[in-house]
Every structure is written in C-alpha cells, then in structure tokens.
Design a protein around this ligand. Structure first.
Ligand SMILES: *Cc1c(COP(=O)(O)O)cnc(C)c1O
Length: 398
C-alpha cells in the first residue's frame, strides 16, 4: 500500500512546487466530513475552497454526473446540448441577469466579463477600456486578472501588468469617483471580499457604486465567484443588499459543486458580445453543467441559501461570544457561511495546524485571520464541534 510519505515524495518530485500543502492525503468525503488515506476523519470547513456548498458526495450531484457521463460529455458549443440550458435557465430565472456564458473557472469568468466591458466601452464610450477594481480584491491569476487583483503579492513578480485596470480602496465610493475618467468602462468589485480578508461592504456602498456606474453609463460588475450560489445566505450575494442589481455578474467556485465550472452573466441591455467575440472549448461542457444544474436545482428547491443564512448567524454568534473569553480576538465578521475571525496576533498558522490535528480543516486567510466556509448544509452540531475545537486551541494560546 502506498503510504502518506510515498505520496508526499511523489508530489515533491513531480508537481510544480507552487503551494504549501497541508499534510493529509484526502481520499473520500460525505457531507461536511472528509477522510484521509489512514481513515482519519475531519470536519471540512474549507469545502474545497467554498466550492462544495452541498458538501462532499451530495447525492443530487453525484447522480447527475454518473447519469450524464453515460450519455454525452462534450460536443463543443457548435451544437446544442441540454444540461447547459437547464443551468442557464435556473440562473436567469432566479436572478436579475438575462444571459449566461459558461466557462471553466473564476478567473476565466472575470476575463469574459472584462472582455464584455471593453466591448461596451468600444461601442458606447468611444473606446474606453479602464476597469476600476479595489485593493485587497481577488479576481484570479490570469494576466489580466492579476492586474485586476489589487494585492501586490499577486502582481509584483509579473510586471509589467496588463494595462486597463485601476485599483482603489474598497468601501470608499469617493475613490471610485476620483479614479473615474473618460477612459473608464466599468467597475468590478466583490460584494464581500473573500480572499482579501472577509471584508464586508459598508451599508450602502454597493448601491452607491451601482448608482455611480449608472450615472456614467459604465458597467457595474460583481465578482460573485466566492459569494454566489448561496454562500452569503441568498442564492446570489447581491440579493442580500437592498436595491443592488449588477449589470454583469461572474460565478464559479460552487457553481459546479466540485465540477470545474464558471459563468459570466449580463443584463440584456449590455449583452454586447456577438457571434465570434468569445468562446471556449470546454465552456458549458455537458458533464460540468449537468453537475451545476443538479446542484442549483437542489439548492433552489430546498432553499439551501436560507439555511446558510440561519446557520451562518448561529456560527457568527457563537464565534463572537468567544471574544468575551479571548481578548486577542478583535473581530468576527462575514455574512452567511463566509466568516472570518480576526486577531491582534499572527496566530493563524498555529491554529490551522492544531485544528488539523484535532480533525478540523480551516483556512488561514491572513496571518491574523481564520476563515470558515463549510458546506451550506452543515449541521448545527457540526458547527458546535468545530467551535469546541477552536475554543480549546485558543485556550492553549493564552
Ligand atoms: C477564487 C476566486 C476567483 C478565481 O477563481 P479561480 O477559479 O481560481 O480562477 C475570482 N474571484 C473571486 C472572488 C474568487 O474568490
């Protein structure tokens, strides 16, 4: 039998060394539980990076994949295939967007949105092409999305960056207003910054950005790659904010429920892409969209986003109450089941390592901040167990 050490040696020898992996070799999972090759169980509060919103091996998704795999996997978009139409319908009928294009990842979804915005600039704004994005954002790792992502760590080794992106402070409408000029075609932001440290928008911020975009005839793009598909407690994150309706929205992560699938969606008025403007060999592939269609249908029919809202409030309250006990916790913030716990000490890596030992997978999104993003159907009992583990680790830190 291959041992854990053998797997680690294989990885070291053959894989590009671009990530610091955590020790376990994970082989199977069910719901919030995942198991390693030695049979040890973990509570998975990373959910494959906010991807497995219905948990591991969800029956609806597994069956859809099995069923589709026996029918047709791939035909290219030269022909009609049915699962992509079913998913497109679910997205449009449950959102304020009108049209969908499927691709394979979050970065690619944002690239598509950026292409749409530049075409909008070309057609309507005398060729304007700048897209305003925010500092501490995360939009992906392609050449253009590195320029969009306002974090030096993702940019500095790859300069010169692709032109056409301007990074300003998040949560400050005045910065967007002063960055705007005749060459601006869009603003792209996350409704809540995930990777950047679970940064919640100030009251009214998203609506102010939207109103400003409207007043200048530039596109208001929401990157919902992490916040979409129920994570914030509504099917799409923007639906938690009164009066907010993006012109363009991007999705990925949980869209395929584990199958690699992304999408960008737009309102009818700005659907400026025409035949030949964009494409993707695998985009809208029958297998990935079958998984996505089954997951989205299950999510809507069983109101999983509402569950995430309730469980998220429960978890946030419980974590907040730890602040009475541990003075180094400075803030617990987030929405739905995207929650961050911030400290005034760089304890994250120690906490993550000890949690792993204790059977809990969590993510250190910042040296002083832990991020929790369990499956949306996590049970309250599992939340309690996770918090007990965290509490006993924090006790040892004092
Ligand atoms: C993860 C993420 C991306 C990038 O998605 P990939 O599938 O890794 O390319 C883009 N935007 C946001 C908000 C994300 O969280």
């Amino acid at each position: 039998m291959t041992s854990t050490q053998d797997y680690k040696n294989l990885e070291k020898k053959y894989y590009m060394q671009v990530v610091n992996r955590m020790p376990p070799v994970l082989v199977e999972g069910e719901g919030t539980i995942v198991r390693d090759n030695d049979g040890k169980e973990y509570l998975d509060f990373t959910a494959g990076w906010a991807v497995l919103n219905l948990g591991h091996s969800h029956e609806s998704v597994t069956n859809a994949i099995k069923d589709q795999a026996g029918k047709i996997l791939q035909m290219s978009n030269l022909y009609y295939t049915t699962p992509q139409l079913s998913l497109a319908e679910t997205i449009v009928e449950n959102s304020d967007l009108d049209r969908v294009f499927f691709c394979n990842s979050g970065a690619e979804a944002n690239e598509g949105a950026a292409k749409l915005a530049r075409k909008w600039g070309k057609k309507k704004l005398n060729g304007a092409y700048d897209i305003i994005t925010t500092l501490n954002s995360f939009h992906g790792r392609t050449q253009a999305m590195m320029a969009a992502t306002g974090q030096p760590h993702y940019q500095d080794n790859w300069r010169p960056l692709m032109p056409g992106f301007v990074n300003v402070e998040y949560n400050d409408i005045e910065q967007i207003k002063s960055a705007y000029n005749d060459n601006t075609c869009a603003v792209m932001i996350e409704p809540l910054q995930g990777e950047g440290g679970v940064n919640v928008p100030n009251d009214g911020y998203l609506k102010e950005v939207q109103d400003f975009c409207k007043s200048k005839n530039i596109l208001f793009i929401l990157d919902e790659v992490q916040t979409g598909m129920g994570r914030l407690g509504t099917l799409f994150g923007y639906q938690r904010f009164d009066g907010v309706e993006p012109d363009v929205m991007t999705l990925a992560k949980a869209l395929g429920s584990g199958a690699p699938l992304g999408a960008f969606c737009s309102k009818e008025f700005c659907s400026v892409l025409e035949p030949g403007d964009h494409g993707s060999t695998f985009g809208g592939n029958a297998l990935t969209t079958a998984a996505g269609a089954a997951a989205a249908k299950f999510m809507v029919e069983n109101d999983i986003p509402a569950l995430a809202h309730k469980s998220g409030d429960y978890m946030k309250d419980k974590l907040s109450s730890l602040m009475n006990k541990f003075s180094f916790i400075t803030e617990v913030r987030g929405m739905g089941l995207l929650i961050g716990l911030e400290m005034n000490q760089d304890y994250s890596s120690k906490i993550v390592a000890e949690a792993l030992e204790a059977g809990l997978l969590i993510n250190a999104v910042r040296p002083n901040m832990i991020r929790f993003m369990p499956p949306l159907n996590v049970s309250l009992k599992e939340i309690d167990s996770a918090i007990e583990i965290i509490e006993s680790i924090l006790e040892g830190l004092e």
